[in-house]
Every structure is written in structure tokens, then in C-alpha cells.
Design a protein around this ligand. Sequence first.
Ligand SMILES: [Fe+2]
Length: 236
Amino acid sequence: MEFDKIYKFIIQRCYDLNIDESHAVKHSMDVLKYSQKILIEEYKSNPKKIYNEKIIYTASMLHDMCDNKYMDEKEGINDIKNFLDTLNYNENEIEIITKIISTMSYSKVKKNGFPNIPNYQDEYNIVRESDLLAGYDVERCIVYGMIGRDFDYIDSFYATKELYEKRMAKHIDDKLITFEYALKEAKKLDKENKERLIEIESMINNIPINENNNIKDKENEIINEEMYKNINNLYY
Ligand SMILES: [Fe+2]
């Protein structure tokens, strides 16, 4: 695996295309991390099953380097194809990797459902679910709103809160997460990030910390549509 060359490519793309930190190197590494963790758990429960790690890791690292928030998607895919061609990837690997990354986003899955990728459906789902796990991150959403959409911190927080309740909080019920590790981690991250939303909201509303020690009881109050700013289609 050409980790050094792939990360050099990602860093250069982020500079060239102004990809902000919410979708840059750290995000790519988070998705790579979750993919590996899903694989570790899958191999534990079924050691005989074979996954194509090269395809999973490469797609995880590169998955946002064709994102239409930052570039023309087709051009992005072409650039990735040309780049992988310069490394030791064959035609089939390049085709599968680009198929995975061009069909895995939340909005595409919501619109088109899961694609059919014969022999590589698990690879697709591992990368897709890893990206969802990396999406349970309130601060990352706020950063994207501020840098990608030019929102102020507080506006971006409320947009994030709305998005979180409409999207991330429903991933498990929407059956978008299937692997054992991913489900366990999603539940943990969802709980942490719901608490984080309450903490930030208390902070920006000047509620003293010692009056806010019943944070867990407030979890159910988190949905209060009236106070959200109506900003749609923020992310993805
Ligand atoms: Fe992503």
C-alpha cells in the first residue's frame, strides 16, 4: 500500500481545491481508522472471510477527493483514476474504488439506495459506514459550516444541531449501519455527541456549568424544531 503517496496526493488536493479541514487529511484518516476497526472485528468473528483491504483502505483515504462540495465530481473521479494509474493499481481495482467513492455519500444513498457492486459489496459498506461513523462529530460539522459555508459559530452550531437530529441521530434506525463494530461505535458516538450538543448550547446561552449537571436528563429535549434556523441541505 502506497500510504505516503496517497496522503501526499490528498494534501495537495486539499491545497489546490480549498478543501477545508472537515473533509481533509484528518477526516480521511478517521475513515481509514474506522474501516480498519470494522475489519478487525469482522475477521475476529469470521476469520475465513476475505476482504480486499487494498480497496477498502484506498477508498477510505480518497473518498472525499471527488466531493461535489469542492469540485466537479466527474473531474475529481478522473483525477483519482489517473493518480491510481500511476501507482500499482490494476483496472479492476481502480474501477471498484471509484465506484465505491462515487456512490457512498449519505445523500446518494438516500436518493439512489445502495449500488450493486458484485464481489465488493462488503468493501463498499465498510467504507460507507466508516464515513458515517466519522460523521458523528459535532465540532466537525460546525467547522464545515464556518469554513465551507461562511456561517458564524452560533449559526453553524444551530445548523449542526438541526442536521444532527435529522440525519446522524437516525442512521441506526434508517438501517444505514450494519457491521457489529460500526453499530457498537455508532451508539457510543451518538450518545457522546448528543451530550456535546447540549453542552455547547448551554455554553453559548451562558448557562452556568453547575446548573447544567443534569445533562443526561435533557437528552430528550434536544429536538426543538422551533428554535432551529431553517437551513437545509447543509452538508453532503
Ligand atoms: Fe467523508
